[in-house]
Structure formats: C-alpha cells, structure tokens
Ligand binder design. Structure first.
Ligand SMILES: Cc1cc2nc3c(=O)[nH]c(=O)nc-3n(C[C@H](O)[C@H](O)[C@H](O)COP(=O)(O)O)c2cc1C
Length: 303
C-alpha cells in the first residue's frame, strides 16, 4: 500500500486531500453521503467574530467550466461555531482547520486566533486574507507588506499551525507567499477565487447581485497550477493547492507543481464524495506507477 501521508508543519495528515473552505460547510451536510473519517483534513467555512448574513441574492451562478459566487462570508460567528459546529467536526476524528476572517478591522483576526488557540479540537487556523466578496477596495493578500504584518501579528498570539490563504488577484504571487512564510506562516493555501463577472443578456442584468464575484472550478485550474508552481520556486513551507480539482489527475497536477496537499472546492457541489474518490485515485496512480510514497511526487516537475 503506497504511503499517502504528508505534513503541514507539525500536523500529520493521513492523506493530502482536504475540502476547501466554504464548499463543505461545517461538514454536517456531508456526513450522510460519505465517510468523513477518510479525509485528510476538513477546512471549515470562514468564520468571523460576529455572525454575518452575507451578500444579497442572487449570489451564485454557473459559468463555463465553473461558477461565480459572492456569498460574502455568511456564517454564524465565532461563539456559535465553537458551541454548535465544532463538536460535530471534532467527532469525525479528522484534523479540523478553522478558516477565519475579519469583517472590517484586521485586529479581529487576533481576537479570533487568540480564542481558537485555547481549543484542542482546532488542529490549525487558516487566515482568509483573500476573500474577494467583502466590498473591500483592497485585500490584505494583495500586498506583501500587509500580508507580513497581519501574519506576524497573528503568529504572536497562537501556537496553532497557521495557514495563510492567498489571492490569485495579484500580478506576482511569489513575493506574497514569501511574506507569509517570513512572518511565520506554517503553510500557504492557494488559490482563492478569481474576480469575475457574468451578465444575463436577455434580462441585460448582472447574474450576481453585487456584480463582481469569485470564479472557481475547472476554469481556473491552469491559473492555480501556475501560481502553485511559481510560489513553490520561492518558498520552503508547504503549499496547499486548490482551484478546479475534480479528480486524482487534477490533484496530481498540483502535487507535481509543488503542492504538499490539495483542497477540493466547487467539485463538492457536483459530487459530495469526490474527495474520497480522489484519495482512491491517488492510491491507484501510485500503485500503478510503483511509487511507494506520494512525497516523492511533490514538486517533482522539472522544466
Ligand atoms: C460557494 C463558495 C464559497 C466559498 N467560501 C469561501 C470561504 O468562506 N473562505 C475561503 O477561504 N474560501 C472560500 N471559497 C473559495 C474556495 O475555498 C477555493 O479557494 C476556490 O473555490 C478554488 O477552488 P475550487 O475551484 O476547487 O472551488 C469559496 C468558494 C465557493 C465556490
């Protein structure tokens, strides 16, 4: 049996396949469809300090080979998450990576991280500094200095494994990934969604109420693979790659480009069991190619 285990900092995952923030809720909706225990890790829907209703509808639509979303971080807030969602997640026995964001004041990241730091069921914290749906003029992850400042401040208040989630809406991803690493991030996740727009020509109206939204799904995969590769040339911390992963082959593209682990997002909406199928597919690929350990493949692409 090939070895699929990987490490994200101190965190050991039995396999490199996780589910991406915002596409798997808090796992409750998925437990009837699949054996959650098989997942490498679960990344929760981003939470904020206070509950949020999110953006007005319509806030999702289909696009060629993908979808647009402008959910706007709808979530029940930190305390309800801890009381009601975390116990269910804990029962799965799978590492729980809690995604957090601030609404307007970046200091909220500190408050959130401080509180989560004390909770054993939290395996890692993912800093979502790349949500394109909050009507901010600029994202923290669009600036290397701001990324460095935010990550280093959070680093001071928590011993938990820190993962920084980056935006593809930048000219050059490598300096931002490097800033996260230099500030003490244990890993980076990339990519979040690409800003995009879609128009209904019959109604001559926007398909998403607020106009600009985030594009995800297979349409963005080549962009995501390119960015993982570019970041991998510059940093030594693990990369969690995502963007349009739908099967083992697409997961392998990311691993060959330099990702230590992968996250499955939009594909969960089409097939809730897809991540389990990807794990099986990775095992098969390794066996067929007589590769004993998936780590041999990480960043093994030579150009
Ligand atoms: C409906 C929807 C909601 C999302 N919500 C979040 C979120 O709350 N936090 C976050 O970091 N990313 C969020 N994302 C981005 C995904 O985690 C992922 O980075 C992105 O969709 C690319 O992967 P994919 O093409 O496999 O979906 C969301 C994506 C979708 C489609």
């Amino acid at each position: 049996m090939p070895n699929l285990s990987v490490r994200i900092g101190k965190l050991k995952l039995k396999n490199p396949v996780m589910v991406a923030s915002g596409t798997f809720g808090y796992a409750e909706e998925f437990r009837d469809f699949m054996d959650l225990r098989k997942l490498g890790a679960i990344v929760t829907k981003t939470i904020t300090l206070k509950p949020r209703q999110g953006n007005p509808p319509p806030r999702t639509c289909e696009t060629p080979a993908g979808m647009l979303n402008s959910i706007g971080l709808e979530n029940p807030g930190l305390e309800v998450f801890i009381k009601e969602k975390l116990p269910v997640l804990k029962k799965t026995g799978v590492p729980v990576i809690v995604s957090i964001a601030s609404e307007s004041d970046p200091r909220e990241f500190i408050t959130l991280a401080r509180r989560l730091d004390k909770i054993k069921a939290v395996a890692a914290i993912e800093l979502n500094i790349s949500c394109p749906n909050l009507q901010h003029t600029k994202l923290i992850s669009q600036d290397a200095k701001e990324t460095y400042n935010l990550v280093s401040q959070v680093r001071k208040v928590t011993q938990k494994i820190l993962i920084t989630k980056l935006s593809p809406n930048v000219t050059n991803i490598a300096p931002i990934a490097l800033a996260a690493q230099n500030a003490g991030s244990d890993a980076v996740s990339l990519i979040n969604t690409l800003t995009a727009m879609s128009i209904d020509v019959d109604k001559r109206k926007l398909k998403i109420a607020l106009g600009i939204a985030g594009l995800s799904g297979p349409a963005i995969r080549p962009v995501a693979v390119r960015m993982v590769w570019e970041a991998a040339q510059k940093i030594r911390i693990p990369i969690i790659g995502m963007g349009g992963i739908i099967d083992a082959s697409s997961a392998l593209e990311f691993i060959l480009a330099g990702a230590t682990a992968v996250s499955v997002g939009t594909a969960n909406f089409i097939n809730p069991k897809v991540s389990i199928e990807i794990i099986e597919g990775l095992k098969k690929y390794l066996s067929e190619n007589k590769i004993k350990d998936i780590k041999i493949l990480i960043g093994s692409l030579r150009i």
